[in-house]
Every structure is written in structure tokens, then in C-alpha cells.
Ligand binder design. Structure first.
Ligand SMILES: Nc1ncnc2c1ncn2[C@@H]1O[C@H](COP(=O)(O)OP(=O)(O)OP(=O)(O)O)[C@@H](O)[C@H]1O
Length: 305
């Protein structure tokens, strides 16, 4: 039995995975280190082929690292640890011809969850994800989004000690996204680290306390959304009473967008910002002059493009 207890971080250290050899070798994961802290939702983002799935597979032991380590609570992750983890792989593996409830009970038993307690938990999760009336249906009769919900329940049942979820939100409608987010928060509240990949940046920004951005196998950003926002280019929003077109000719000011009395600008330094504000005040009332935090999408474009 694992000695790990709730409150352990998941961590990867100097993780490398090379596919192929010689000239055709691909360094899919290239010296990746980051931590998914206990009790936090960590979003794992990056473009197609950035190395997210390969990293998660190495955490779950279904892909061998070329080098580097995967750790839980500071110790190398063991097979016993992994049996206590909830994993949603990229390749969804449900049996089409088996009823939903039977299948989930079976998957639970593979993870050592007694059938009776698995049933209670599964029925509760089906209810919460709006699938209570589908428990006896064959999986193949469900829409893809509903099959996805079943897959999610398979990963979440049995009070896992860590959750590793590859694209858990893809294909879900907004109500299911909210239901799923609530479920994940219940797990972080128990002290579980949750690592999930996603291409939906708005969702990651809304949900995550931490995020890790990969680009071509390397970590290019790692921190809270606020920490990442502080790294991005800060802009200012200037709202005047008259037309703001004149800001375009101010030295040290780049007008990103001007629309009537509203201008979004980047200033080269504090001095240029002060000169801009002074000029604006000389021309009349200034209704607003405020820094604009870059959105995650903008930060992502800066670091991952
Ligand atoms: N089994 C494999 N054999 C050879 N190359 C592979 C294998 N698995 C992944 N790769 C390559 O490794 C790189 C990273 O792929 P990976 O699936 O980890 O990225 P990803 O970030 O999950 O991408 P996506 O968002 O598209 O799912 C890609 O170039 C991919 O082609």
C-alpha cells in the first residue's frame, strides 16, 4: 500500500521523452519540470503536439520517460500510487455494448472499489452530470458528450489521491462544464492535486489557480494566472470626452485600438504614460485611465506562438 497521504503534490522533474531515433528523432517532451500542487487545479495548455499527452502518460506510467522523474509527495510515483490516481486518458476506453452503470461498477472494481459503494457514488455522479436516466443504456447509445461524462465519472470515483485528466472538458456543453468544474473543486477541497489539459483558454483562466504552458515540448510559462498576467505586456485604457485619435501621434505610445473617445494603448515607459495623461488632461476631461490586465489568450499568444 502506498504511504502517500492527501496533500501530496504531483511533480515532474527534468522529464524527457524522445520518439524515434537518428535524424527522425522527435523530442516530444524536452526537459519539462513543474509541480501540480495538492488542493489546486492546474491547467496544462499548449498547441497541438506540444507534449501534454506524452507528459501525462509518463505521470501515469503508460509511457516510459527517456529520462527524468515523476514524483508524488516528493517520492518517485509507484504502481501502487497510480492505482489510487484517477486518470482520463486521451484515448477514451469505454465498451460500447455495456450499460453505463454496469460498466462504471466494473471499472471501479478494477481499481479496488467495492461494488456497493461504487454504485452509490456512480448514481450520485450520474445524477449530478444529468445522466441519471441513462444508467441502464448501452454506452454506444449515448451522444459523444454524454460518453465523455461517463468517462469523467470513471476517473473521479473512489476518492482518488490525484487526478490526471487529458482534455476532460472537450465536447461538454456549458452546463456539463459547470457540473464538472464543481466536481473537480470538491476533489481539490479534499487536498487532491488536479492536472488537466485543455485547449479552452477561457475555461482554464476561469477555473485554474495555476497553469503550465508548453511549447514544443518545453515549459514556457508556469504560475498563477495573476503571475502570468504580470509577465504579459500591460496596456492602458484611456477614455476621454472627445475623440482619442491624437494618441496615435504621441511619442512612446502605441495605439493598439482607437474607437472614438476610447483608446487602448501600450506605453514604452512610465514617462510616456505620464506625458500621455498630461496631454489628455490638457484637452479636457479624462473619464478613465487604467491598466488593462492581458487576457490569458493574449499571454498565451505571447509565450506559445
Ligand atoms: N507514440 C508516438 N510515436 C511517435 N511520436 C509520438 C508518439 N506520441 C506522440 N508523439 C509526438 O510527440 C509530440 C507531442 O505529442 P503529444 O500528443 O504529447 O502532444 P499534445 O500536446 O498532447 O497535443 P494535442 O493537443 O494535439 O493532443 C508530437 O509531435 C507527436 O507527434
Amino acid at each position: 500500500m502506498s504511504t502517500a497521504h492527501l496533500g501530496d503534490d504531483l511533480e515532474v522533474r527534468s522529464l524527457v521523452r524522445v520518439f524515434g531515433a537518428g535524424d527522425g528523432a522527435v523530442r516530444a517532451v524536452d526537459d519539462v519540470s513543474f509541480r501540480a500542487p495538492a488542493g489546486r487545479l492546474t491547467g496544462f495548455v499548449g498547441g497541438n503536439g506540444a507534449g501534454k499527452t506524452s507528459t501525462m502518460r509518463m505521470v501515469m506510467g503508460v509511457l516510459a520517460p527517456t529520462s527524468g522523474e515523476t514524483l508524488f509527495g516528493g517520492r518517485p510515483i509507484t504502481a501502487a500510487d497510480r492505482r489510487t490516481f484517477g486518470y482520463m486518458p486521451e484515448e477514451r476506453g469505454l465498451y460500447p455494448k455495456q450499460p453505463v452503470l454496469d460498466q462504471l461498477v466494473y471499472l471501479g472494481r478494477l481499481r479496488g472499489i467495492p461494488a456497493a459503494s461504487a454504485r452509490t457514488e456512480i448514481l450520485d455522479h450520474l445524477e449530478r452530470l444529468g445522466l441519471a436516466d441513462r444508467a441502464k443504456d448501452h454506452v454506444e447509445k449515448l451522444s459523444l458528450g454524454n460518453q465523455q461524462r461517463v468517462q469523467i465519472i470513471a476517473a473521479l470515483m473512489g476518492s482518488p489521491r490525484a487526478l490526471v485528466l487529458d482534455e476532460p472538458f472537450s465536447g461538454l456543453d456549458p452546463a456539463a462544464v459547470d457540473g464538472m468544474a464543481d466536481l473537480l473543486r470538491e476533489h481539490t477541497a479534499r487536498g487532491v492535486p488536479v492536472l488537466f489539459s485543455s485547449h479552452q483558454l477561457d475555461l482554464v483562466e476561469r477555473l485554474c489557480e495555476r497553469l503550465v504552458i508548453l511549447r514544443r515540448g518545453e515549459v514556457v510559462a508556469d504560475g498563477s494566472p495573476a503571475q502570468l498576467a504580470a509577465r504579459g505586456t500591460v496596456r492602458h485604457r484611456l477614455v476621454l470626452t472627445g475623440d482619442a485619435g491624437w494618441v496615435r501621434s504621441m511619442p512612446g505610445v502605441r495605439a493598439v485600438d482607437v474607437d472614438g473617445p476610447v483608446a487602448l494603448v501600450e506605453v514604452s515607459d512610465d514617462g510616456a504614460g505620464r506625458r500621455l495623461l498630461t496631454s489628455a488632461l490638457e484637452r479636457g476631461d479624462v473619464r478613465e485611465f487604467s491598466p488593462v490586465r492581458p487576457s490569458l489568450t493574449e499571454i498565451y499568444r505571447e509565450v506559445a506562438a
